[in-house]
Design a protein around this ligand. Structure first.
Ligand SMILES: [Zn+2]
Length: 105
């Protein structure tokens, strides 16, 4: 079930920070690794331009704010805002960003 990204709760973002690894498949599609499972989150826009998140976990099926979606959305915004400026390919992982930064220095 799709949820407005603005409905994601601060608690979800907090948990996302310490409990997930986010792997971008492409802009708007993210695979989320947690300690015991793997989820996929899609991010799209509705007709008025609001961001929508859709996770394939059980909680999200019932329209709840989950931390997988929060993790993906945070990455999505980061890529949307930053990757372009830094001339990096959006599909790169954070680790790769760091590695690249090391190479460049
Ligand atoms: Zn989820």
């Amino acid at each position: 079930m799709k949820l407005l990204a603005s409905k994601l709760k601060p608690k979800a973002f907090k948990k996302a920070r310490t409990s997930t690894v986010v792997c971008p498949v492409e802009f708007g599609t993210y695979v989320i690794f947690t300690i015991d499972d793997v989820y996929e989150v899609g991010i799209t826009k509705n007709s008025v331009g609001d961001d929508l998140v859709e996770c394939d976990c059980r909680a999200a099926e019932f329209g709840n704010s989950c931390y997988h979606a929060a993790a993906a959305y945070k990455k999505h915004l980061m890529i949307a805002r930053g990757a372009h400026e830094r001339n990096l390919i959006p599909s790169l992982l954070d680790q790769d960003y760091l590695l690249q930064a090391e190479w460049l220095n």
